[in-house]
Design a protein around this ligand. Structure first.
Ligand SMILES: Cc1cc2nc3c(=O)[nH]c(=O)nc-3n(C[C@H](O)[C@H](O)[C@H](O)COP(=O)(O)O)c2cc1C
Ligand code: SF4
Length: 334
């Protein structure tokens, strides 16, 4: 990309200057790679056709178009996107599913080779639409696969309701930006597959007949309930509000953030199918009531734990913490 762009390519030899010269390296790389691999495998080129820098960079209307036209039949597959990363991995706050379609359509019109594109595709309906319309030949899904690596399999099996849809929050991207391990709001197992042996779909069966009371049905309490329910424990989830979701109920009402409600929808949908999980809405619980409930373990969500501290005498709060087996959500897998 930087070699192609006159903004960054300042060379004065045959690899700089005109677009043809700036594209020479890419052309030679494709040709040499094809020579080296022969018919053993396909050679794919991913190219950002617009840097969204206007006339300061490559734009789909000018050089983005021209370079694809110039190399149209060389690769075996074109993988189209836009630069830089912040434009490529746009958040739900600022863009809809399929936000790169006009760029993909242009490339498709310039080549007879298959084209793959991206654009936070999580909905099987949208995927069918773009394939049937001929807009692209394959759908790329980076964040949707982080949120649910089994997305293709679930579509194939007709289990669309089990898809853990990416919410477009870009927590995954911030991990990279801050050089810390990747995290995903929708898929808590992301990045822990090797270190902790966590699997996005499978979880160890329960190791005892303990019952669990989860106080607070925010995102954390919902996920804890879902994971423990999947393990087979008897779980009771209660929340003082009439609706589960906690902070997400408010956040998802902000402009552009409706998709964040998927965090609640996915978990509630899974929980409601579990005979071993009971949910109690509009059920405030004090520390002593939690102890009296008689569950073998109590998980008090962040807000519930804080409220116990504030509303109960300190001795009560301390005894609550000592007597109840207060778990952290990470222990759902233990
Ligand atoms: C965590 C993360 C890492 C990525 N790493 C790369 C990368 O190494 N190379 C690349 O070309 N794109 C990378 N991307 C961009 C994606 O390939 C994709 O173009 C972009 O996220 C838009 O597609 P999506 O809406 O399906 O996520 C990355 C995206 C994410 C979220
Ligand atoms: S963190 Fe997960 S849910 Fe959020 S954008 Fe990344 S993949 Fe999607």
């Amino acid at each position: 990309m930087h070699f192609l762009s006159k903004r960054t390519n300042r060379r004065s030899d045959e690899y700089g200057g005109s677009l043809e010269n700036r594209a020479r390296l890419l052309r030679e790389l494709i040709e040499d790679t094809k020579d080296a691999v022969g018919d053993r495998c396909a050679v794919v080129v991913r190219l950002a056709v617009d840097q969204l820098l206007g006339s300061d960079g490559i734009t789909a209307a000018s050089e983005g178009h021209d370079v694809i036209a110039m190399l149209a039949e060389l690769p075996d597959l074109w993988d189209v996107n836009i630069a830089d990363w912040s434009n490529d991995s746009q958040t739900a706050r600022f863009s809809e599913e399929g936000y790169q379609e006009r760029y993909i359509a242009q490339v498709k019109s310039l080549t007879s080779k298959p084209v793959v594109g991206v654009g936070r595709y999580t909905s099987p309906d949208a995927m069918v639409r773009v394939l049937k319309s001929g807009l692209m030949d394959m759908i790329g899904a980076a964040r949707p696969s982080i949120a649910d690596p089994f997305l293709p399999q679930k579509i194939e099996q007709g289990r669309a309701e089990d898809i853990r849809e990416c919410i477009g929050c870009n927590i995954c991207v911030t991990g990279d930006n801050q050089c810390v391990p990747i995290r995903c709001t929708q898929n808590p197992t992301m990045g822990e597959e090797w270190r902790r042996g966590w699997h996005p779909e499978r979880i160890a069966a329960k190791r005892s007949d303990r019952s669990v009371l989860v106080i607070g049905g925010g995102p954390c309490g919902l996920e804890l309930t879902r994971a423990l329910g999947q393990r087979g424990y008897e779980v009771t989830l209660c929340d003082q509000n009439e609706q589960f979701g906690g902070r997400l109920l408010l956040e998802s009402k902000l402009p552009g953030l409706a998709s964040w409600h998927r965090v609640v929808d996915y978990r509630l949908q899974q929980i409601q199918r579990m005979a071993n999980v009971q949910t109690l809405r509009g059920s405030p619980v004090t520390a002593s009531e939690a102890l009296e409930f008689g569950a073998s373990a109590v998980y008090a969500g962040h807000r519930a734990a804080r409220e116990f501290d504030e509303t109960t005498a300190q001795t009560d709060s301390v005894s609550f913490r000592r007597e109840a087996r207060v778990c952290s959500p990470n222990r759902a897998h233990a």
